[in-house]
Design a protein around this ligand. Structure first.
Ligand code: TRP
Length: 350
């Protein structure tokens, strides 16, 4: 597994350089499950990067992975609201529907049909040893459903239906990208006589500091440690006021020894652009209250524009649906072309 990660890191690095030279020859796809509102972790570690890639001229697909919601839970929940809320955050962050295709995978029949030949290209043991699936199974506290076991194959269809070659993701998604690469390779060999019908997508690994919740644990709604992008300034202040620090006097940036303080400094840094070490130096002998005030100001300041835009878009659900429908039909047209190629390669165009 070490060598796999090293290889993935080196590919990520290479593709980053290749994008800088020739953005137009890359196609990015990434996405989110519509399970709840996005928070500052999403903003700092993925939304901003997507917008930067789009603006660099990389052809971009932003997927709302609605079928993936039911991999680890019994019902779809507030899926309409969650989906429109994602679209509002995308647009507010600067995703431009003229340049990027925003779509839901449930709305693209050809994408879903690719799952069938793809399932023939993976083995049960490959699926069962996927570490991310195992983690999600454990966290779900439920029996393993057929969909949870096979969703990495569906995720391969997300990537390959549009022949995406760049996938900005966190490290937890690497097993899925690796599986998609294997599927692309096997498809080309077994069904296409070695012709490259599908590219092997490359993960663009996000190696920024992982942003944790204000209590130093993974951000999660149930822990109440989340700063939602859509929160008001007062709600933001209230969450940060409750943040855990430590009993030491003075502010220093020591991620190993003082993880909660370091996480707050990382959050402030993400929004202010000032290095966490410099922030710590300027706070110096000030205490936890001064740190929290500084974090609150950085977050509220850094999100002011996003929040104003977000509120404007959220107030116009008809427009959000229009953006999604337009994206869905663009994605469907592209998927139809890929599926036609697949049928042809497999001798199934009648
Ligand atoms: N599995 C991803 C997550 O849980 C969401 C996702 C679905 C995705 N399809 C994708 C991400 C394709 C990147 C590319 O966050």
């Amino acid at each position: 597994m070490i060598t796999t990660i090293d290889a993935a890191l080196s590919r990520s690095h290479d593709v980053e350089n290749a994008i800088a030279v020739s953005p137009g020859s890359h196609r990015m796809l990434t996405g989110d499950r519509p399970t709840g509102d996005l928070h500052i972790g999403h903003y700092l570690s993925s939304l901003r990067n997507r917008v930067a890639l789009q603006d660099q001229g990389v052809e971009s697909f932003v997927l709302i992975a609605d079928y993936q919601v039911i991999t680890d839970r019994e019902s779809v929940g507030r899926i309409q609201d969650n989906t429109l809320s994602l679209v509002a955050d995308y647009l507010a962050a600067g995703i431009d529907p003229e340049k990027s295709t925003v779509f839901a995978h449930s709305a693209v029949p050809s994408l879903n049909q690719l799952m069938l030949p793809f399932l023939s290209l993976v083995t049960q043991s490959e699926l069962q040893r996927n570490p991310t699936v195992k983690d999600e199974l454990r966290a779900s506290g439920r029996p393993l459903s057929g969909l949870l076991l096979t969703y990495p194959v569906h995720q391969a269809a997300d990537l390959l239906f549009c022949k995406a070659n760049v996938v900005p993701v966190g490290r937890d998604q690497l097993p899925h990208i690796e599986q998609a690469r294997v599927i692309a390779r096997r498809f080309n060999t077994r069904f296409a006589g070695g012709r490259s019908v599908f590219p092997e997508p490359v993960a663009l690994i996000n190696d920024q500091q992982l942003i944790l919740g204000v209590d130093g644990h993974k951000m999660s709604k149930t822990r109440g440690n989340v700063i939602r992008l859509g929160a008001t300034e007062d709600e933001t202040a209230a969450v940060i006021r409750k943040a855990r620090t430590d009993s030491e006097a003075g502010i220093t940036y020591e991620p190993e020894r003082r993880p909660e303080v370091a996480n707050l400094l990382n959050i402030a840094s993400g929004f202010s652009g000032i290095a966490p070490q410099d922030l710590a130096d300027s706070l110096g002998s000030a205490g936890g209250k001064a740190l929290k005030d500084a974090v609150t100001e950085a977050v509220n300041e850094g999100l002011r524009d996003h929040r104003a835009q977000r509120a404007r878009f959220a107030g116009d659900p008809a427009y959000l649906r229009e953006v999604l429908q337009e994206g869905n039909s663009r994605a469907a047209a592209l998927g139809d072309r890929t599926l036609a190629e697949v049928r042809h390669a497999m001798g199934m165009s009648y």
